[in-house]
Design a protein around this ligand. Sequence first.
Ligand SMILES: [Zn+2]
Length: 317
Amino acid sequence: MDGYTLIKNTSAYKIFNGDKLRGTLSHAYLIVSEDKLFLENYLKIFAKVLVCSEKEPCNRCRVCSLVDKKSFTDVVFYPLGKKLVVSDVDDLIEKSYFKPLEGDKKVFVLSDVADMTVQAQNKLLKTLEEPPKNTFLLLGATSIYPLLPTVLSRCKKLDIKPFSETELYNYLEGFLQGGDKLKSAVRLSGGNLGEAINRYETGEGALAENLAYDALINLKTSSQIADFSAKISKEILKDFISSLASIVSQAQNYALRGVGGNERIKSVANALSVGALVHVSQKIRTAEKAVYFNGNTVAVIDGLLFGIVEGKFKWSK
Ligand SMILES: [Zn+2]
């Protein structure tokens, strides 16, 4: 599961592979993806585009499998330690003086350059400006904000945008068991492959979603709030809030139009009137803002749960 099938459909990949086929490759690319867990995997795919002798990476030849293992001599991966530091750039500069050993290209892969210190970025500038012949740099970044404008301006930037839920679900269904657990993991992932797999494996996506349904359907009085609140940890708070938001909007849709509700959504629409659903969705927006500004976790959770009780009471059916 390296995400190749997903990456092949991105415009970033199509532009890059097109550059290779047309012989118009730039010497430095900045590949941007928010997916911290899969960034290096994605960079491997781009590196294979450069060094595999097929039109597109075959994933079968010796070169492709060595790149996957990070042990192909002409493709060097950084950081050597945990984060990119000046000594990585020193090593890169030294190695860039040597010609490729096996093929006609020398490739340096750096991830995540968003972690790179200013000193290390400055040191890299010269190689970015005047790379030795047949040298290619693939910079992977989870964010471009920490990058110096001078670094940015010397790279061709390619964005790997979040995948759609359908794309991600269909892809993951080929490897993992489909169903509600996978659906909630994908929905809460923000279109991010690494996040989706993580939520699937830990079961946190499904847990957050179940707790959101539980609170909406079963929470009735403020004396129950402490019990519910204790189940929602800081780790799943964001997922809990986005699960609530999605469930409430589906329940509103079902209540107003009578369409699109599964059994659990119908139970929510039974437990809360349309007025109560609107009230809760306002509380959800407040909670989202509080989380964004790093508000106190317990206060955010209690505020939300109280909002549900209050909504049910004020707008009882
Ligand atoms: Zn190959």
